[in-house]
Design a protein around this ligand. Sequence first.
Ligand code: SF4
Length: 96
Amino acid sequence: MDLKWVDRSACRGIDPIIFYPVTDEEAGPAKSVCSECPVQADCLEHAISHREHNGVWGGATERERQRIIRRRRRARTMGLPLEDEIASLSTGVVAG
Ligand code: SF4
């Protein structure tokens, strides 16, 4: 598992508790840090591929990651191109 990207993460040194909000509505502070992170895409892929079930990873909550997984599955099935998921997260529009 290549985790070199972790060394460049924007969350290094930040209290990890903000990345484990109780509700999605409380995920704003974590998402704000993630939106400025140079390794957001790597982090999101890591969380999706390792089925991380808790916390904000790559700017996405667990519920948003589940939506991304469903959307990817649907796109694969239908032969459609994938949308820019990071852009969707930053605008808060992640269609299910
Ligand atoms: S995307 Fe967010 S959680 Fe992931 S490494 Fe960057 S700041 Fe940390």
